[in-house]
Design a protein around this ligand. Structure first.
Ligand code: MG
Length: 360
């Protein structure tokens, strides 16, 4: 653990230490947006949170710095002190977590990765203080849909081989947004009979989408995620109006405040802890998305099982679950989260997130 930040308040001190991890991926992982580069390594930031009132207990958190949303490890380190100042000395209860989450939202806009790191650590710590698992703190069910498995952009034959290896998953998410999309999806369909979710990561134009749409319908694709650039809600609405498949907004749907503008535009929204700021905001955003009539997709970044466990705690609120970031890592530095035989994450009864640093 590296640098430490602390928050003094009414005789109580929160201590936050953060560490930047560079982790190797099991397979190269490329998407249509270029900042993922060669896709061999990922960078994530893990934190440890201590509170003087509860000696000996440590809350684990993690935030994924995604440059697309303006975050780097440096911006996260820069905003941690402001977030700590905003949360003060939170009451170790569900109500206290809600107040802390809202205080972070009021303190600074965006910065979902940094907020996610602190919010996740707070949920883990309060779970350990109150001896409750995080899903119970949030009042949520432990019945979860299974997760899909994601395969990055590559040659069609390579993608198909990875699809064959992942054939036991109940759904596959295939990254698209390149010239070989149709060849790739046809090659996957030859080796995999289950639902295929297509994510173009902003890589298509309306003309490309118009050509592909009937082909995707014929291939039995389940949904299309973010075909166009984030701001083109007009293009998204036009495609959804013509598409029998649900269109799901991801890059266009960062945080709760984006939901109203997407009503009547797309059928589904992709909520991620790294975008909206942690398990508390994600639970509230998923519930509100359902109230607004959206179908809900819960996604992730290439994160360790810290954020995947925090995401699993809210996954009962999702219609589609895509929580496979830790499965894409060559070695997950944390352990304790188990995938059930049905490929749904198993929510443990252990206090907090139920994950620990491997070898700790
Ligand atoms: Mg996506």
């Amino acid at each position: 653990m590296g640098q430490g930040e602390r928050r003094q308040g009414r005789g109580v001190t929160l201590h936050l230490r953060h560490e930047v991890l560079r982790l190797a991926l099991r397979d190269p992982f490329r998407i249509a947006r270029s900042e993922h580069g060669g896709g061999q390594m990922v960078t994530t930031v893990v934190v440890e949170l201590e509170d003087d009132r509860f000696p000996g207990l440590v809350g684990c958190g993690e935030g994924y710095p995604d440059r697309f949303y303006g975050e780097t490890p440096e911006t996260m380190a820069a905003v941690f002190p402001a977030l700590l100042a905003a949360v003060g000395a939170p009451d170790p209860s569900p109500a206290g977590l809600l107040v802390a989450g809202r205080a972070m939202g009021d303190a600074i806009r965006w910065n979902g990765g940094a907020k996610c790191a602190l919010d996740t650590a707070l949920h883990d710590l309060v779970g350990k203080v109150t001896r409750k698992p995080v899903h119970e703190l949030l009042g949520l069910s432990r019945e979860l849909p299974p997760t899909d498995f994601t395969i990055g952009l590559d040659e069609p034959a390579v993608v198909a081989e990875r699809a064959r290896r992942a054939g036991h998953f109940p759904a596959l998410k295939i990254k698209c947004g390149g010239p070989a999309d149709l060849a790739t999806l046809r090659a996957v369909r030859e080796v995999y009979a289950g639902p295929i979710r297509v994510d173009a990561n902003t890589g298509w134009t309306p003309d490309v989408a118009s050509v592909l749409l009937p082909e995707l319908v014929a291939l039995g694709v389940e949904l299309i995620e973010q075909p166009f650039s984030a701001r083109r809600l007009d293009w998204l609405a036009d495609l959804q109006a013509r598409s029998p498949l649900p269109i799901v907004a991801d890059e266009s749907c960062v945080a709760d405040e984006d939901l109203d503008g997407l009503v009547g535009v797309v059928a589904g929204v992709n909520v991620k802890l790294a975008k909206c700021g942690g398990p508390g905001p994600a639970a509230r955003m998923l519930a509100r998305a359902r109230e607004l009539g959206f179908r809900t997709f819960l996604g992730c970044m290439e994160e360790t099982s810290v954020v995947i466990a925090a995401s699993a705690a809210v996954a009962s609120l999702a219609d589609w679950v895509d929580l496979d970031g830790n499965l894409l890592l060559a070695v997950d530095p944390f352990e304790g989260l188990e995938l059930g035989p049905d490929h749904a994450w198993t929510l443990s009864d252990r206090p907090g997130l139920g994950v620990t640093r491997r070898g700790a």
